[in-house]
Structures are given as structure tokens and as C-alpha cells.
Design a protein around this ligand. Structure first.
Ligand SMILES: [Zn+2]
Length: 111
């Protein structure tokens, strides 16, 4: 991620770099707004690959599904090539949720 960010920075013109720095120095309000808008836009798109079987998603297929989950400030997104893959993902999610709540109970148990 850091490398890609460096590439983005190095692709900017000098005047854009200066605007970027001035915004950062004054609290980064424009950058924050820009990032939030990009995240909002991306949330509406399917991912490029299926989260279960890793096959590439054909964007014109009507059997694509995308789940958005997690708290507002840490949204996660997973796309699927069909209902079977989404079902499998949800069953794994349920199993890991059940396991972590068991762990929490055993962690809070008084010896
Ligand atoms: Zn799949």
C-alpha cells in the first residue's frame, strides 16, 4: 500500500503537490472529503474477484453479489460470483463469530 501511495504522489504535478501539502498543513479537510467521497463511490461497486473462489467477476452478470459489513469507520466489503459462494462465506463468518464469542466467554470466566 505504501508503495502505491508513493507512486500516486510521484505522479502529481508540482502545483498539485503544493496544494496537497498546503491542505495537509491546514488540517487536510479537502483530502479527507475527497477520500470519503471515493470510499462511498467504491462501496457501491463490486470487487474484482470473488471472496470465496477468487474467480474474476464478470461485471455484466446478474448473479454477482456484494456484502458490506462492519462499523461505519471500518467498513468491509466482499463480492461473490454467485449465491453458493456467498452462502459459503456467510457460513464461515458465522462459524468464526461463534468461535470468537466462545473465546470471549472463556476469557471473562472467573477462575
Ligand atoms: Zn465464487
Amino acid at each position: 500500500m505504501a508503495r502505491r501511495f508513493e507512486e500516486v504522489i510521484s505522479a502529481l504535478e508540482y502545483s498539485e503537490l503544493m496544494r496537497f501539502k498546503a491542505d495537509l498543513d491546514s488540517g487536510a479537510a479537502a483530502i479527507k472529503k475527497n477520500l470519503e467521497e471515493s470510499i462511498k463511490k467504491r462501496l457501491k461497486e463490486h470487487e474484482k474477484t470473488c471472496a470465496t473462489c477468487s474467480s474474476s467477476l464478470n461485471f455484466y452478470k446478474t448473479s454477482n453479489y456484494t456484502l458490506i459489513f462492519g462499523p461505519d469507520d471500518f467498513r468491509k466489503k466482499a463480492s461473490f460470483c454467485g449465491l453458493d459462494c456467498m452462502e459459503y462465506f456467510i457460513s464461515r463468518l458465522k462459524a468464526s463469530r461463534a468461535k470468537s464469542s466462545e473465546d470471549n466467554i472463556s476469557n471473562t470466566r472467573i477462575e
